[in-house]
Write a protein that binds this ligand. Sequence first.
Ligand SMILES: [Zn+2]
Ligand SMILES: [Zn+2]
Length: 318
Amino acid sequence: MPMHTDGLAVHFIDVGQADCALLLCGDDAMLIDGGNVADSDLVYAYLQKHNVTHLKYIVDTHAHEDHVGGLAGALNEATIDYAFAPVADYDSKAFRNYLKYVESQNKEIIIPNPGDQLTLGEAEITVLGPLYDYEETNDTSIVLRVVYGQTSFLFTGDAETEAEQDMLAAGRNLQSTVLKVGHHGSSSSSCDDFLAAVAPEYAVISCETGNSYGHPHQETMQKLHKAGIAVYRTDLQGTIIAQSDGQTVTFTPLGPADDGYNYATGQQTYIINTNSLRFHKPNCSGLQGANSRNQQQFTGTRDELIKQGYSPCGTCRP
Ligand SMILES: [Zn+2]
Ligand SMILES: [Zn+2]
């Protein structure tokens, strides 16, 4: 049976220190970014679980790995109509891989122009950026405003202040009910004027607990709180589903992914494979399809496992 979605559903998929959003509206689906290369299996499994076998649009907001990396997994699961990126080529393995999978479906990368209009079910999407050629890769991010009824979502990728100021100067309508906060909540994005123009009721930040960048930056959090914006965070709440009926948006956080750490006891649980002698976090995407007879739970320290001859999985890096 073909998939059908009532209203507009936006899944902010928890891909750690990265971005990935699945939009479902009517009979159409769209993926904006795919997380890191290591998230490829997770994205594949997520689409499969939601019976998404076709994506009308797949979007790489910009060429950084934490956005383009996992799109290969999506292209393994789903056929596509249109693939977007701000550049036709970029010198990285992750981007070239995206290119390869797009081409294997006999499609080519489309570089959208500001002002372009797309439709996703009954939702209307406007391309707001990038407006110019930028040196800074983050500023090349494709910016999309998705309007469904009276509600709207703004996706800015990792666009930073320079790109934000240019969008303001262009005078386009930026106002949105929900803002996917730029660059994982970095203070180099979400400048005051931009935030005032978007004037969101809700903000979603996609980042990982304890990430080395310190995202979201305190300065950004203070601005959002001061403006009375309700903030959702994938690092604290896991995958977050926003559902619009055209009038209001409701949020359902699915809870943080089980990384096996028990905060009460301070103990870590791993899944060990007695055959491959690898150990994994319980939520490792690499565990799927593995022979469960060889898998056991182990609660203890990393060092104990290594002493017993086990080595950490390269995907979940326990
Ligand atoms: Zn990023
Ligand atoms: Zn980036």
